[in-house]
Design a protein around this ligand. Structure first.
Ligand code: EPU
Length: 339
């Protein structure tokens, strides 16, 4: 086995490593530049008797101010086209690649399949954990396999799609949080490319015979930029709540009052509601509690107005949940992980 040297960084500052820009420190930090360092990190943490948490781009987390353990950043990069056949192209990326860079790489190489997922913040390794999705597409649609380190068995395993248990914003990696670390991801992009233009805002591109993945990607980027605040300007963690999936009976009173309330029938007959709509109708769009606020542009996005802590964000999240529950009887579930 190759010897890996890990150098712990004391009093590790994470303020610039989370998109909510929360002030956060960890007793020790590690920046992992190779997948081989992942197993070694678990060994080191066990030897030192310290808790360990793994971070990618820090775009789906609410970081506590202090962590008395090791925070390891997945920073290993690499991407390649593995094979191209008549009916598909296989592409692979290491977990530390920036997701949007990987999207741009495939599109620039002329391949479509993930252009609807452009500009989603975070890393390749985090993408399958919450089965990222946007504009009618999710990563599960084109997933081929991934390699992951299992911290319980100490093995590196190849996961097929079936093993991943993908669902709306969900996977086995999220269900068993802390157990697996994604090391690399493989996608199978089908050929010929079929644009996915079902979503409002993209349908205007339908019918064009000169359409390319790059054109769809540009439209997705324009749509996101028009709707969602940029975390570099207004720190945020994207959608703060999942869109709730509820029984039709519990939606009846909402539809009786608001016949146009957004709702989408799921394969199992339940209805997905729009959390952003519920929050806005509860009168909370633009609402602030001290340094934590709700975006004026999109009610599903919680923002750090300057100097917010995890406690400030959690207090606001609790207020939103209670208000929406009291107004509509609907339970909201937080998407970013409290670490
Ligand atoms: N809406 C409001 N008020 C708002 C925001 C939205 O009434 O302040 C209504 C909209 O008018 C629309 C509906 O809510 O009828 C849905 O809004 P939008 O199209 O913005 O999408 P979303 O359901 O809020 C989801 C994903 C986003 C993804 C978009 C686009 C979740 C939790 N969020 O948002 O993902 O970009 O669709 O496909 O599924 C993320 O997960 O971080 C994320 C940004």
């Amino acid at each position: 086995m190759t010897q890996t040297t890990l150098s712990l960084i004391p009093d590790f500052d994470l303020s610039a490593r989370n998109t909510m820009a929360l002030q956060a420190r960890s007793r020790f930090g590690l920046v992992l530049d190779a997948p081989e360092e992942v197993p070694a990190t678990f060994v080191l943490a066990a030897e030192r008797g310290l808790p360990l948490r793994i971070l990618g781009g820090g775009s789906n987390v609410v970081l506590s101010a202090e962590f008395d353990g090791i925070t390891a950043i997945i920073a290993f990069k690499g991407r390649r086209i593995i094979e191209e056949t008549a009916d598909h192209v296989l592409v692979e990326a290491a977990a530390g690649e920036v997701w949007n860079d990987f999207v741009a790489y495939t599109v620039e190489a002329g391949f479509g399949g993930i252009e609807n997922l452009a500009l989603i913040p975070g890393t390749v390794g985090a993408a399958p954990v919450q089965n990222i999705g946007a504009y009618g597409a999710e990563i599960a649609d084109v997933f081929e396999s991934l390699t992951g380190y299992d911290s319980v068995t100490g093995e590196i395993t190849t996961f097929s799609r079936e093993m991943c248990g993908f669902a709306y914003r969900d996977s086995v990696f999220k269900q068993q949080a802390g157990r697996y670390v994604v090391l690399s991801l493989r996608l199978k992009l089908p050929k010929p490319w079929q644009p996915n233009l079902g979503f409002a805002g993209l349908s205007e591109l339908a019918g064009r015979d000169d359409l390319t993945p790059a054109m769809v990607m540009a439209q997705v980027i324009a749509l996101r930029q028009s709707k969602l605040p940029d975390w570099r300007v207004t720190p945020n963690a994207g959608s703060f709540f999942q869109n709730p999936i509820v029984n039709p009976a519990s939606v009846e009173p909402i539809l009786a009052e608001f016949p146009k309330a957004p709702n989408y029938t799921q394969p199992d007959g339940r209805l997905k509601l729009s959390a952003g709509w519920l929050i806005e109708q509860s009168g909370l769009k633009g609402f602030a509690m001290g340094p934590a606020g709700i975006s004026e542009r999109h009610a599903l996005v919680l923002i750090n107005r300057g100097g917010a802590s995890a406690d400030d964000i959690s207090a606001l999240a609790g207020h939103i949940k209670a208000t929406v529950k009291a107004r509509f009887g609907v339970e909201l579930h937080q998407e970013p992980v409290l670490l």
